[in-house]
Design a protein around this ligand. Structure first.
Ligand SMILES: [Zn+2]
Length: 472
C-alpha cells in the first residue's frame, strides 16, 4: 500500500503542479498566436531593462522555467541549461511586460455610442507589449469580467485583466452608463459587481461626495481599489474620502474653479481652463500635490488621449487597424484639430506634462494608461507604446518612463510578481529589436511578447484584427 502511494505521489504531482502553476490550457485559437512555448527557454546576450529605473545591463542571459524567471545574470556566467530552447538576442533588449491602468475594451464607434471591442482589443494590447492591464471603467457590464476569465483560462490571448465594474456615476446623458440614485445605491452597486467578479471600480464625473464616500468604504471593505475621472467632486475632496487613484493627470481637476458648487460638475472645460493657467510652483497646486502624496493617492497619466485633441501633433499610431469608416472619421477629426487656432490644448497639453513631472518630483506615484476613447485616435497596443514615448517627451528619462509603465503600475495593482525583471518574477517580458533606453522610439519594435513564459507573435496578433477593428 505504501509503495502504491509512493508511486502515485511520484506520478501525480507533475500534472498537479502544471495545472496549479502558471500556464493555462490554451485553446487551438490561442495556440495559433504562440511562437515560443518550451519548458525551459534561455534568452542569451540580451540587454535587460528591468523596470526598476536601474541602468540597462548588457549581455545578460535570462532562463525562463515554468513561466517564471529562474536565472538571470551576465551571459559569461549564466549558461543555458541542457535541453533549453535557446534564443540569441544580441543587439536586442527586454523590458518587463507593460502594466497599464487606464485601458478600455470599448471604443467610440458613433455619437455617444461605445462599441464593445474586447476581443480585438485584447489582441492589440498583447501585441503592443501589454501583459497586465486594468480597465479604467466599463460600459458593457460583464464583458470585462468574462474576458478576464477567458484570458486566465487560455481561451483568449491577451493581458491579465484587472476588471473594473461599470462606472459609478450620477445622472447624465450617456446611454451606456447607470445612474446612481444615492449613497445606498452606490453601496449596492459595489457589492453586486464585487460578487460578479469585478476587481476594481471607477467613479465618474457626476458622482456626489456622499456616493463616492459610500463607494470607497464598500470597496475598501473588500480590499479592492477605486479610481476616479472626477468633476463634481474635487481631487482634494476625493483624497479626503479615501480614493486610491485619480485619472487623467490633473486635467480632470476642478479644485481651482472659482465658485464651484459642491457635488456639481462645472464642466470639464471649466476645470481645464484653470489648469491651463496654473503655476506648477504656486501654493494652490503644491498644497494639492502634498495632500495627494500624503494620502498616497496615485495619479494616472493618459497623455495619449489628450495628444489627439492637440493641434500640431503627429498622426497617432495604429489607425490603419480600424475598419474604413472609423479610420476616415478619425482622419477627418485629426484634420479639423490640426486647423484649430484657438485650442486650449496648445497650452494644456504641455502643462499636463509639467504638472505630472511636479507630482513625481514631490514623491507621488505616477502610473499610466492610454484611454482609448476621446475622438477615436487612441488605438490599444500602439498607444501604450506612444504613452511611454510621451512620458519621455514630458521630461522623464526612458528608464523612468518604462518604470512608470511597468513596475509603478504593478505596485499600484499590488501584483508583485510582474512589472520588473528579476529572479522569481513571472516571465512577462517584451523583446525589442533595438535599445529603448537610448532611443525610446525603439519601443515600437516589439518582436515577441512573453506572458507567463509563453512567447506570443505580435505580427500574427495584429494580422488577425487588422482592418477589422470596430466590428468586434
Ligand atoms: Zn477612460
Amino acid at each position: 500500500m505504501k509503495r502504491v502511494l509512493a508511486a502515485l505521489l511520484l506520478v501525480l504531482p507533475l500534472p498537479i503542479v502544471l495545472a496549479a502553476g502558471q500556464r493555462p490550457n490554451f485553446t487551438n485559437g490561442v495556440r495559433g498566436f504562440i511562437k515560443i512555448d518550451a519548458p525551459v527557454v534561455a534568452l542569451t546576450n540580451v540587454r535587460v531593462i528591468d523596470g526598476t529605473g536601474a541602468a540597462a545591463k548588457e549581455n545578460q542571459t535570462i532562463v525562463i522555467r515554468d513561466g517564471a524567471i529562474a536565472e538571470l545574470g551576465p551571459a559569461a556566467s549564466v549558461k543555458p541549461p541542457e535541453g533549453a530552447m535557446s534564443l540569441d538576442l544580441s543587439g536586442k533588449s527586454v523590458i518587463p511586460g507593460l502594466v497599464m491602468v487606464h485601458e478600455h475594451l470599448y471604443y467610440p464607434t458613433g455619437p455617444g455610442v461605445y462599441g464593445q471591442l474586447g476581443e480585438s482589443f485584447v489582441r492589440l494590447y498583447l501585441a503592443g507589449g501589454v501583459t497586465t492591464m486594468r480597465t479604467g471603467g466599463n460600459t458593457n457590464g460583464v464583458m470585462d469580467l468574462n474576458l478576464k476569465a477567458d484570458v486566465e483560462q487560455g481561451r483568449q490571448p491577451g493581458p491579465a485583466i484587472d476588471a473594473t465594474a461599470p462606472y459609478l456615476n450620477g445622472p447624465q446623458g450617456m446611454l451606456q452608463m447607470y445612474a446612481l440614485k444615492d449613497a445606498d445605491d452606490a453601496r449596492r452597486q459595489v457589492a453586486y459587481w464585487a460578487e460578479m467578479g469585478a476587481t476594481s471600480y471607477k467613479a465618474y464625473m457626476q458622482i456626489t461626495r456622499a456616493e463616492l464616500g459610500a463607494a470607497v468604504e464598500e470597496v475598501h471593505k473588500r480590499k479592492l481599489k477605486i479610481t476616479g475621472h472626477l468633476c463634481s467632486v474635487t481631487y482634494s475632496e476625493a483624497a479626503d474620502l479615501g480614493i486610491d487613484n485619480l485619472e487623467h493627470g490633473f486635467l480632470a481637476s476642478t479644485d481651482f474653479v472659482a465658485d464651484k458648487k459642491p457635488d456639481e460638475c462645472p464642466g470639464q472645460g471649466a476645470g481645464q481652463k484653470t489648469i491651463a493657467g496654473l503655476d506648477a510652483n504656486g501654493e494652490p497646486f503644491t498644497s494639492l500635490v502634498k495632500k495627494l502624496v500624503d494620502k498616497r493617492v496615485a495619479l494616472t497619466s493618459t497623455l495619449t488621449v489628450f495628444e489627439t485633441f492637440t493641434p500640431g501633433r503627429p498622426m497617432p499610431p495604429g489607425i490603419d487597424v480600424l475598419v474604413a469608416p472609423l479610420k476616415e472619421a478619425f482622419e477627418q477629426r485629426y484634420a479639423a484639430t490640426a486647423k484649430s487656432q484657438q485650442s486650449i490644448y496648445t497650452t494644456l497639453f504641455p502643462k499636463a506634462m509639467a504638472l505630472e513631472r511636479a507630482f513625481v518630483k514631490a514623491g507621488g506615484l505616477l502610473i499610466a494608461g492610454t484611454d482609448p476613447t476621446g475622438g477615436g485616435g487612441v488605438i490599444p497596443g500602439y498607444s501604450n507604446q506612444r504613452q511611454v514615448e510621451l512620458l519621455v517627451e514630458a521630461g522623464f528619462t526612458p528608464l523612468e518612463a518604462i518604470q512608470i509603465c511597468t513596475s509603478n503600475g504593478a505596485k499600484y495593482l499590488g501584483r508583485d510578481k510582474v512589472g520588473t525583471i528579476a529572479i522569481g518574477k513571472q516571465a512577462d517580458l517584451v523583446v525589442i529589436n533595438g535599445n529603448p533606453a537610448a532611443a525610446i522610439g525603439d519601443i515600437r519594435k516589439v518582436e515577441t511578447v512573453f506572458k507567463q513564459g509563453v512567447g506570443y507573435d505580435p505580427a500574427k496578433l495584429l494580422a488577425s484584427v487588422s482592418g477589422k477593428v470596430g466590428l468586434w
